[in-house]
Write a protein that binds this ligand. Structure first.
Ligand SMILES: Cc1ncc(C[n+]2csc(CCOP(=O)(O)OP(=O)(O)O)c2C)c(N)n1
Ligand code: SF4
Ligand code: SF4
Length: 1359
């Protein structure tokens, strides 16, 4: 039943060309030695047009999609290019295709990161840093701004100065540009703004694709041109840049976020030389633009103010420019077609010439509809699609010319929602056009509109068919939705089973990976290699869940002999790779496997019997029904054996190429070498991770590329010597050890592959008891469920966690975006491979492990001997150390293995070696039982002072199990805040990592005290407005409490209301209502009295009013404004500055990772001198902005300021939090937060040491600034009170020691510059050292001045 696959010798590879096309051969994984070329498709390799590109023979498997192939309209990518075409066929994504053109045709670009448009900015920044020369003969000037509002302003300025300027954005970024978009259009300035269209933040933030953003600017006076595919992204970008110059109207060029921006597709990429002649054709227009520029040599004025007499006419004077745009765009499309061989129309019809039912649509959905149209027409239907490219200015004339006269029923699909409107924008345009035509005597046609694909909801051929089916009805449904089940307002169309519209011979693969295991990166490289095959078409798309790391990634790969236009997820995979053992039970991975397909599991099982014992019966039955070619490989064991740990991607990719047999080695090896060379050239220091990809590489990008390629394409014995040589080259710089590890992993992958025959008996497997492998919902989780959110947990959280959220109907959701807290407690992701286990004998009970844990997955606990009588066997404890009050309690440190991420921070930080990481398999069951027991024990935090390091960790963390990266340095701060103030905290959270790990529905880590039901109230407004949002929260609460206090005063003043005890309690409360701690105590005493007396029969209305507000308003709220450095230093600084200056009682916590971590690590003004981050590819050349110093120097009179580093000085951060909260005014805490983006060479497990080093070498000083309002005041002889003249600085890191260079060398963000440009690096590091020295000197001076003031003040005070 089980056989190891041997990779023997005697290879008898038969060249693919020996098979005739169409020959069918089952994909039978077989030893290399006997592996034949695949049947069904074969081609003789021939060189591509471009000399750089190497040919690869790609073999298509017989069990690739057989398709039910209708006659298809010829795809543009298949057309013969003209002789002028200087193109190369390449697998790239829509962002890169667009950026290529934008770079070639612009003088200057202002950029700002926002997913999914960020890569366009990153591309132009890198090319500029490399000195690439564009068609204007320049290296583009690229400048990152503080926000998109800044980008738009700068863009306007550059255009006014006669430059050709461009930018890239989407969503909230585009909204911030609106004011200047009106200006640019109003001044008829040529410009192109490339948008990878994305949803807008309303009830929730969504980084995913739809047209809400572009539809929100359709009125701004820009022409709007839409690309429907990666190929079009390039072509329409080119059309936009040319047409804007000819038309003197600015252009928005847009395409679907993710589906087009991030889809890797094989397209014909133009060399800029190919369109140099077209550029020459607009030379006059460029000259005209430059001649119109603001210039003292020929001055004019712009932007005047106008009165009622002329403003209106001036607006209308621009009409003729807009009227000319459609013709200009069509003409430009024709010119571009002449060099590409790909003709395009403003409105392009495909389908039956005599179609009666027609869909009108725009964007990547068109590709899906086009496939469906071909499918349906091949079955005798008469349907068609009118594709919209030029959306603004709307040309009714061109629209009607494109629509077949036969069309009687039309459905317009909008990928946006305009609540409260008669219909969405595209529908309204079409309806108005057809109505006007009918009024003018034309045909009367039925038009309905519908919404689809919002927030990247997958749009499939079955859904497109449902739209056509709707049109067949006598009265087609209008204002419909498709792709969801709307069981509330019943808008949705019924969608039938999926239909197969794929091109014949398309091979489909699915890979289920875990964020950070390298699967996505490896697959990106895989598809690029496969796409190099001559006449091979390929596509890759990646979907992710909400976690920053450790979440699920699904890679959807397709390749085949025909162009692939299928812009929807893989539904039936020929090859399924499951890279984490537990996924098979947790998720329905098998539902997308084709019967008889290849299924490869990374698992520890070695036999069918082991699988049977471990897997739920449902999965066994699925396997029996699918009868897959089933393999297992223990990739972790292979990687472990060679010291690569969790980096299993190489092993899995080796297996993929082995089993799919898609790339023969003789083609792969030259490619491999080429890639290695390339990888050397592009060595980047940064570890990549962003909110869009949820994917952190454990090693550098370039290494990962090579890593994959080695693993993926050279598994065979014939290639092994070459492979090892390549590994040596690639890893040589990392040392011989790494080279050996990688070589060994390749060998290991091959021999570890085990084939499992699926027993027929599995077909009748019985259901096993729940929780054998997947979620075993612990008592803790069940308790959470019982706390009033059971409905939400069952109906929403569990299906979403099982990756089945798409199936949820509208009725299960509460509108308005409200979410219950504490849902991460039921996630139990079980993603750690190794989990710390407590060794009681070594423990000194310091609680530091819990203090630093980013996920609140390790906690100290107290238990009485009586309680321990019922403890699980392994629940060993120690007598508690400490005061007499604690006598009799036993102490233990407990880890939750299902919530631990395995970052090992706690293991490294423990000073006593009392934690040891053990493989999860050994500890999962016993430690889960221990954790559940622990959770049932009472919380005894009140026995401790919560303002001490040790005491704080006995308090319940009210933020737990977030989706942050392993070892994240942001979360421990916020967790600690919740332990100190959580039950009265309100958090205004800026968009950024902290809003993603803090609230990615339905994983909500903020939770409640189960006894009081209280916990942090948390909300995210936007990225840019967080300070103002937090201030608003504070003002609202302050006002409501002031009214409440007035009512309390009235009751107190009116002696007849309430008992004397109650009135005393109310008076007491009035005295302390603004002091968090005292108010808490007063409230505890007051609330029961109030409620009891208000509930008494005949209680006065005034008391009832007070009782009603008692829960909400008695406690003094602790308002925290939290966000990253991108928010605080850049986009939100204006608002932050205003709030700091407000004098209001709010606390601001800046989680300073020194870059925009959430979008992948771009430069902020907090980025230090010399650091190489994105948007600062050559190393940041300006010093870090000193936000804390700005606050002290400008507003230090009444603002509390602290600079802290949790890992370096636990006590100092606690003091700062306590002081900030107690300060009755604005407090600002700037907190150093280690982050995976910083590229700590020893890994995040060592981030504590690294943070300590940052403080020791003076890189991050620790201090606290007490404003003069908090210092003792003096009263003069006339009774006037005088505040202290200055605030007082306490420098908590007095001594600089250690070597800055050593610190910098350990972080890739600095060391990569040393590798790339040692001279520049030396210089910048030198400056950095100078800055550090002078800052330290200044801090010391400030501290000394404070001391001086202390001494001066004292006698006066005494006097
Ligand atoms: C107006 C606007 N522009 C851009 C973005 C995209 N965006 C989201 S988070 C983020 C970076 C956050 O960086 P930072 O504030 O440093 O927080 P971190 O992620 O490092 O915690 C960006 C650029 C946005 N949400 N809104
Ligand atoms: S390994 Fe990391 S996540 Fe797990 S308990 Fe330790 S610090 Fe927390
Ligand atoms: S701050 Fe860094 S480590 Fe933390 S979640 Fe964001 S990217 Fe990950």
């Amino acid at each position: 039943m089980v056989s190891a696959v041997t990779l023997g010798c005697n290879s008898t590879r038969i060249h693919v060309a020996t098979h005739c096309a169409g020959q069918r051969r089952a994909l039978v994984p077989r030893p290399l030695s006997t592996r034949l070329s695949p049947a069904g498709f074969s081609r003789v390799p021939k060189p591509l047009q471009d000399r750089e590109s190497r040919a690869v023979t790609v073999r298509f498997k017989e069990n690739g999609n057989s398709g039910a192939q209708p006659a298809r309209s010829p795809s543009p990518t298949r057309q013969e290019p003209s002789s002028k075409d200087k193109a190369v066929n390449k697998a790239i994504d829509g962002n890169e295709a667009t950026a290529n053109v934008a770079y070639a045709m612009s003088d200057v670009s202002f950029i700002y990161p926002i997913t999914p448009a960020t890569p366009m900015g990153e591309h132009v920044d890198v090319w500029a840093s490399e000195g690439r020369v564009n068609l204007l003969g320049n290296t583009m000037q690229v400048l990152e701004m503080e926000s998109e509002a800044g980008v738009a302003g700068a863009l306007h300025g550059a255009l006014s100065a006669g430059a050709l300027a461009t930018t890239f954005t989407c969503s909230q970024g585009l909204l911030l540009m609106i004011p200047n978009m009106y200006k640019i259009a109003g001044e008829l300035l040529p410009c192109v703004l490339h948008v990878s269209a994305r949803a807008l933040a309303g009830e929730a933030l969504s980084i995913f694709g739809d047209h809400q953003d572009v539809m929100a600017v359709r009125q701004a006076g820009w022409a709007m041109l839409c690309s429907h595919s990666v190929q079009e992204a390039q072509d329409m970008a080119l059309v936009s840049h040319l047409a804007t110059l000819k038309a003197s109207v600015p252009f928005v060029h847009f395409f679907d976020g993710f589906r087009t921006s991030h889809e890797i597709s094989k397209v014909s990429v133009l060399d800029q030389e190919a369109y140099r002649p077209l550029m020459a054709g607009v030379a006059d227009a460029i000259e005209h633009h430059r001649a119109n520029a603001l210039n003292p040599a020929h001055p004019h004025q712009r932007g005047t103010s106008q009165g009622p007499d002329i403003y209106f006419q001036m607006l209308e004077a621009a009409n003729k420019y807009y009227l000319a745009v459609p013709e200009i765009v069509q003409q430009t499309m024709d010119e571009v077609a002449a060099i590409t061989g790909r003709p395009h129309k403003l409105f392009e019809y495909v389908g039956a010439p005599d179609a009666e039912r027609v869909i009108v649509a725009m964007g990547s959905g068109c590709k899906v509809i086009e496939e469906t149209v071909a499918y349906l027409n091949a079955r005798g239907e008469k349907v068609g699609l009118l594709k919209v490219r030029l959306f603004r200015p709307w040309s009714a004339e061109h629209f009607l010319a494109g629509l077949p006269a036969s069309a009687k029923k039309i459905a317009v699909l909008d990928r946006t929602k305009e609540a409260g409107s008669q219909g969405e924008p595209l529908y309204l345009d079409v309806a108005a056009t057809l109505a006007k035509q009918a009024v003018a005597g034309g045909v009367l046609r039925s038009v309905v509109g519908g919404r689809y694909g919002l927030g990247s909801k997958d749009f499939t051929p079955a859904m497109a068919k449902a739209v056509f089916d709707n049109l067949s009805a006598d009265k087609p449904k209008d204002a419909f939705t498709v792709g969801i089940t709307d069981d509330v307002t019943f808008t949705s169309l019924r969608v039938g089973p999926e239909i197969n519209t794929l091109p014949q011979g398309t091979y489909q693969c699915l890979f289920w990976g875990m964020g950070s295991d390298g699967t996505v990166g490896a697959n990106k490289e895989a598809i690029k290699i496969i796409a190099k095959g001559d006449d091979t078409f390929a596509q890759a798309y990646f979907s992710y869940d909400a976690h920053k790391s450790g979440g699920v990634t699904v890679s959807h790969l397709r390749f085949g002999p025909k162009p692939i236009t299928s812009s929807y997820l893989v539904g039936e995979a020929d090859y399924l790779g499951i890279h984490l053992q537990s996924y098979l039970s947790k998720y329905d991975c098998l539902s997308r496997l084709k019967p008889g397909g290849v299924c490869v599991l990374n698992a520890t099982w070695k036999s069918a019997r082991e699988m049977e014992a471990a897997l739920p019966a449902k999965v066994l039955r699925q396997l029996a029904a699918l009868s897959p070619q089933l393999y297992v490989v223990d990739a972790r064991a292979v990687a472990d054996a060679v010291g690569l740990g969790k980096r299993i991607n190489m092993v899995m990719q080796t297996v993929f190429f082995q089993l799919s047999g898609v790339v023969p080695m003789e083609s792969a090896v030259p490619l491999l070498k080429e890639s290695i060379k390339k990888a050397y050239g592009t060595l980047t220091s940064l570890q990549l991770c962003c909110c869009c990809c949820r994917f952190a590489l454990q090693i550098s990008f370039a290494e990962q590329r090579v890593f994959f390629q080695l693993s993926g394409v050279v598994p065979m014995e014939s290639a092994v010597p070459l492979l090892k040589e390549s590994i040596k080259k690639a890893y040589g710089k990392k040392g011989e050890k790494v080279v050996m590890q990688n070589c060994a992993a390749v060998d290991g992958a091959v021999s570890a592959l085990v084939k499992i025959e699926v027993p027929a008996a599995w077909a009748s497997a019985n259901d096993a008891p729940e929780g054998r492998l997947g979620h075993s919902h612990t008592p803790a989780a069940q308790a959470a469920a019982a706390k009033g959110v059971a409905h939400f947990l069952e109906e929403v959280v569990k299906p979403v966690l099982a990756m089945e959220g798409d199936r949820l109907p509208v009725s299960v959701f509460r509108p308005g975006g409200f979410m219950p807290p504490g849902t991460t407690a039921i996630e139990q992701r079980t993603i750690a491979s190794h989990v710390p286990v407590w060794e009681a004998s070594n423990c000194t009970q310091c609680n530091i492990c819990a203090f630093v844990c980013p996920h609140a997955a390790i906690r100290p606990v107290l238990a009485t001997p009586e309680e321990l009588a019922a403890a699980p066997a392994g629940f060993n404890t120690l007598p508690i150390k400490g005061s007499k009050d604690l006598a009799g309690y036993q102490y233990r440190v407990q880890v939750s293995p299902v919530d631990c991420t395995g970052c090992e921070l706690c293991v490294h930080v423990c000073p006593d070696e009392a934690l040891k990481a053990e493989p999860i398999a050994q500890v999962l069951a016993p430690e889960s039982a221990n954790w559940d027991f622990m959770k049932a024990l009472p919380n005894r935090g009140d026995l401790f002072d919560k303002n001490t390091v040790r005491g704080s960790q006995f308090q319940q963390p009210l933020m737990e199990f977030s989706g942050a990266c392993e070892g994240c340095g942001e979360t421990p701060y916020v967790k600690l805040l919740t332990q100190m103030f959580g039950e009265r905290m309100v958090v205004a959270n800026a968009t950024g990592c902290s809003s993603i790990w803090g609230g990615s529905a339905p994983s909500n880590p903020y939770t409640v005290n189960p006894i009081t039901g209280r916990g942090p109230a948390w909300a995210n407004s936007l990225f840019e407005d967080n300070a103002q949002f937090g201030l608003g929260i504070h003002m609202g609460l302050k006002q409501r409490r002031a009214s409440y206090a007035n009512a309390v005063k009235s009751v107190v003043a009116d002696g007849s209301v309430g008992s004397p005890e109650l009135r005393n309690a109310l008076e007491e409360w009035l005295q302390v209502m603004d002091n968090g701690l005292l108010c808490h105590q007063a409230s505890l005493a007051l609330a029961p009295l109030l409620e009891a007396e208000a509930a008494a029969p005949g209680a006065p209305g005034a008391l009832q009013y007070l009782a009603a507000g008692s829960k909400d308003l008695l406690e003094k709220p602790s308002v925290w404004i939290v966000g990253g450095d991108g928010w605080a230093y850049d986009i939100g600084f204006g608002g932050l500055d205003h709030v700091i200056a407000s004098g209001e009682d709010v606390n601001i916590l800046v989680l300073d990772t020194e870059m925009y971590s959430n979008t992948g690590g771009q430069k902020s003004k907090s980025t230090p001198l010399g650091a190489v981050v994105k948007f600062a590819a050559g190393g940041k050349s300006r010093a870090k902005k000193d936000l804390a110093m700005l606050a002290m120097e400008t507003y230090g009179q009444d603002v509390y300021v602290a600079s802290v580093c949790l890992e370096a000085n636990y006590n100092q951060v606690m003091k700062a939090f306590a002081e900030a909260e107690a300060h009755k005014g604005v407090s600002l805490i700037v907190a150093y937060a280690p982050c995976v983006m910083q590229g700590i060479s020893e890994g995040m497990a060592c981030s504590v040491n690294e943070a300590r080093a940052a403080v020791e070498v003076g890189y991050w000083p620790l201090y606290r600034w007490t404003p003069s309002t908090e210092l003792p005041s003096t009263t003069d002889s006339e009774g006037y009170v005088h505040l202290a003249e200055h605030g007082k600085l306490t420098l908590d890191s007095k001594r600089i020691k250690g070597n800055l260079e050593d610190f910098l060398a350990r972080e890739n963000r600095f060391s990569s510059l040393t590798r790339k440009n040692p001279k520049a690096s030396e210089e910048l590091h030198h400056h950095l050292q100078d800055d550090i020295n002078s800052r330290q000197a200044k801090l010391k001076r400030m501290e000394a001045e404070g001391k001086e003031m202390d001494r001066k003040d004292k006698p006066e005070q005494q006097a």
